[in-house]
Design a protein. Structure first.
Length: 259
């Protein structure tokens, strides 16, 4: 399995910046988990192949690239872009984004070839569902708005991604019951000194992450930190290092991980 966190921005030499403003993970070049930078940073090959987008929640940094992605592909689509999300997230997207004011309601549109350009695929939290060659299970997490994390597997490998979350018991309960989990991608948005803001916004700091990881009973699983607010990146990275937790590292933007 191949996993990439798409860059949010590029430097003057065209290299991916490590600063993550937006969230979009691409699995095997064909399934996107969140769509923050999907339109802006997917490769030409990925744009050709990605017709499935799975969403954790509807915050802008996780969906910003979705309307633009469908817009860019609109006339050439031979199959709709399928948006897999919990029913309340679909409701939010239709009400607040694809509402004809902010952007067209793509779910009602066809291109000149008669192809519907966008289709919603609601999933039930806690139940397995298929997307292409992958099996996914959504797990309720503890964020400011309705939000889920996922366990994602193909025939060989299984990883989990938290999306945005504060302290949670449900996520760890489900993960501890999964067999053969190889990697965990966990958020840590803010540094320790902003714990009050982290609690208000329902995010983790390195100190709270350490407490959370005590609930996780998987010693052989690699743990990667994601969704660090770009403004505080250096500080969060330093504080993560000071935790001295084995197997805990930063998931590098733009790097391809293969298992
Ligand atoms: Zn969020």
């Amino acid at each position: 399995m191949k996993l990439e966190l798409l860059p949010s921005t590029f430097d003057e030499n065209g290299m991916a910046s490590p600063r993550q403003h937006l969230s979009c993970f691409v699995v095997d070049d064909c399934v996107a988990i969140d769509a923050g930078s999907l339109a802006m940073a997917a490769s030409a090959a990925q744009k050709k192949q990605i017709r499935d987008v799975v969403l954790t929640h509807a915050h802008l940094d996780h969906i910003a690239g979705l309307p633009l992605f469908i817009d860019d592909l609109f006339s050439g689509l031979e199959a709709p872009v399928r948006v897999h999300a919990a029913p309340e997230i679909i409701e939010t997207l239709e009400r607040d984004i694809f509402n004809w004011e902010i952007y067209p309601r793509f779910s009602e549109l066809e291109n000149a070839n008669g192809t519907a350009v966008m289709k919603y695929q609601p999933f039930a939290v806690g139940e397995e569902f298929s997307v292409k060659h992958l099996r996914l299970k959504a797990i309720r997490v503890n964020h400011k708005v309705s939000s889920v994390g996922f366990v994602v597997s193909d025939n060989q490998m299984k990883f989990a991604v938290s999306g945005d979350t504060a302290e949670t018991d449900e996520f760890w309960r489900v993960l501890n019951a999964e067999e053969n989990l190889s990697a965990l991608l966990i958020e840590c948005a803010l540094p320790n000194e902003l714990e009050e803001l982290a609690r208000a916004a329902h995010h983790l700091t390195p100190r709270i992450l350490k407490q959370e990881l005590e609930k996780f009973k998987r010693e052989e699983c690699s743990i990667y930190v994601v969704n660090i607010k770009p403004m505080y990146r250096d500080e969060v990275v330093r504080q993560i290092g000071e935790l001295e937790i084995e197997n805990l590292q930063i998931f590098e933007v733009g790097q391809i991980y293969e298992w």
